[in-house]
Design a protein around this ligand. Sequence first.
Ligand code: VTB
Length: 318
Amino acid sequence: MQIARIMQILEVAEVAAIEAAKWNGRGDKVAADAAATEAMRTAFNNIDFSGRIVIGEGERDEAPMLYIGEELGRGGEEIDIAVDPLEGTNLCAYNRPNALTTIAVAPRGALLFAPDTYMDKIAAGPALKGRLHIDKPPAENIRLVAEALGKPAEEVNVCILLRDRHKALIQAVRDAGARIRLIDDGDVFGAIAAAVPGTGIDLYLGSGGSPEGVLAATGLKAIDGFFQGRFDFGSDEKATEKRTRAEAMVKGTGIDLDGVLEQDMLVRSDDAVFIACGVTDGEMVDGVRIDEDGSVTTSSIVMNAEDKTVRFVENTRR
Ligand code: VTB
């Protein structure tokens, strides 16, 4: 993808973050999400491309904006778009770390239409590629991370979403002796941070949204990081319905609904870019900052799978 195009998409993430940040700490996640979504949609519509939402705010009948299938832009190059306009709406509402605006773009057909179900995920940095596996016990994966990073298991920091469904996982990680960075929300951050140096996170484990899995997989592809997933439809009365919908969504991709999802199945092109802009401060990027002179500064990460570059972009608007 041309740098000029990437800059346009970056701008979309930035303006959405600026609008969302107006709601930082105001306790209103709905308003925060709406602000990010509206800003993102307006900005996308100003671009000279033919954008199509493959992952967005929901199905057409439930989401007024950035719904799956929505066409955006003024026409031109055909690009598929995955967004979570405000990843971590509660993080923003309660001014907690790592609320982000997130976007992944790739040529038409390259990003998986992810079903709205949970996905078990494992993510780590480039050194762990080909070593870890989603089916290995946590202790074994932690041992491999420790070995690759040249430190004891006690110093491995595992990011996990704080959820009841992760009780056994959390215990297993504690039993393996590792540290845990428990997060309230936002596993796109968790998975990507595991591969980005300086975040203090070495490994991401646990289940979160499938759409978030595709977003994270795009970023991890750019940094040559490790990612595997597996759909988790649960075992309640909705499981069968979710599975049927998922079947329809992955049709023609050759994906086995119960199998291991490799990075390249979720993101089927190297011409893919992931961008996240900070809304609240975090370990990977800073949140939106307003200085005394009224200038607004945003911090973003721009991960390009085509040339395997990771840029940190700080931008000040006067
Ligand atoms: C997941 C996770 C997201 O919300 O979708 C989570 O991937 C919702 O999970 O990053 P629960 O149903 O367990 O609450 C986020 O944390 C934020 O959108």
